[in-house]
Ligand binder design. Sequence first.
Ligand code: SAH
Length: 412
Amino acid sequence: MAAPQHVRAAPLARALRATATATATATASVPVPVPVPAGIKSQGTSRRALLGLSEPQLRQLAIDLGQQSYRGKQLHDLLYKSRAKQIQEFNHVPKAFREALLGAGWSVGRSPVHHAVTASDGTTKILLKLEDNRLIETVGIPVDDDNKGSSRLTACVSSQVGCPLRCSFCATGKGGFARNLQPHEIVEQVLAIEETFKHRVTNVVFMGMGEPMMNLKSVLEAHQCFNKELKIGQRMMTISTVGVPNTIKMLASHKLQSTLAVSLHAPNQKLRETIVPSAKSYPLGALMDDCKSYFLETGRRVSFEYTLLAGINDEKEHAEELAELLRMCGGGYHVNLIPYNPIEGSEYKRPYRKVVQAFVDALEARKITVSVRRTRGLDANAACGQLRNEFQKNPLLEIEPSPSTERTLVAA
Ligand code: SAH
């Protein structure tokens, strides 16, 4: 039986304080842009990136800068159709407008690709280098749907630089936490994937680096941009959380038609606390009640993520206890099992295939719908945060020298 390596307690309250402090520090140096069009909500700081803004917001910005409203529509096309990366490329608008935008501190809000690797199954991990030199991961996962003759491209997007919650098996948490991502830094991940694959993104999962519910405002703005500007259906998007008190109710009140995924990883509070330290601040009963309310309010079934760790939470008894927990929660759920992806510095082990199958059988025997996540791109450091950690172990540090690991280089 593999013992968990070193499970550090990081109560949620402390993590939430850290998020607030880091966000304040990270944004303190951002120049104050003028003007910010009416209706643009900021995250404690004014925002100067055009990416993520809607057409009405861009029209308002044009008016505020002394232009006619239709110039805002042109900006919209430049951002979301032509995919211009810099204001200097805005050839369709007058030079004076370009200069006014630059003078007011606006930029498109795109970041360069620092590195990208592709696995044999086509899964591609991209590292984007943000303005403050921090690196974030985003992953493109192509799926050919042979039955329908169509192909899907899923973007797994990050919502924070690092993560404050330190789930014991997660590479992102091991690297620490730097700051929340701004909406445009989430939106640009999808654009980077579309450009790499030369294919439109059909699905978005907020399952990259970070805890989306600790940056809900930006996540919701990016979600809206994906839906309205990039035409990605709400039902094609999933927001994944390990559980942050009060946020599931908040999300439910927006009545999105997107899936809520809750990272459970254990069928009882005691075991969950050893795997997910932040669970100490959010008892399992309260979390399950909030999931039930989410289903009742939105009509969308909740998906429970369960990372299977050999000898820790993968026994038949755990599956039976999980089925009982879900039964008490009522209907409207689905279980997604994720066989653990080994990460550096962790003693957890991936369970054997037959153990995973026994877990599936035990759940199905109790009428629980279950799927097993196929491990994609294992050779490209599949687990969250692994590739970033190769280049920048601690998000607060400078970029470290490139490792010499063999890989297929897509872009540099
Ligand atoms: N913070 C959010 C989203 C990020 S992680 C959350 O916890 O839901 C997305 C999913 O991948 C989570 O279910 C997480 O527990 C899982 N995960 C992270 N690292 C993993 C690893 N090494 N092996 C298997 N699953 C992992």
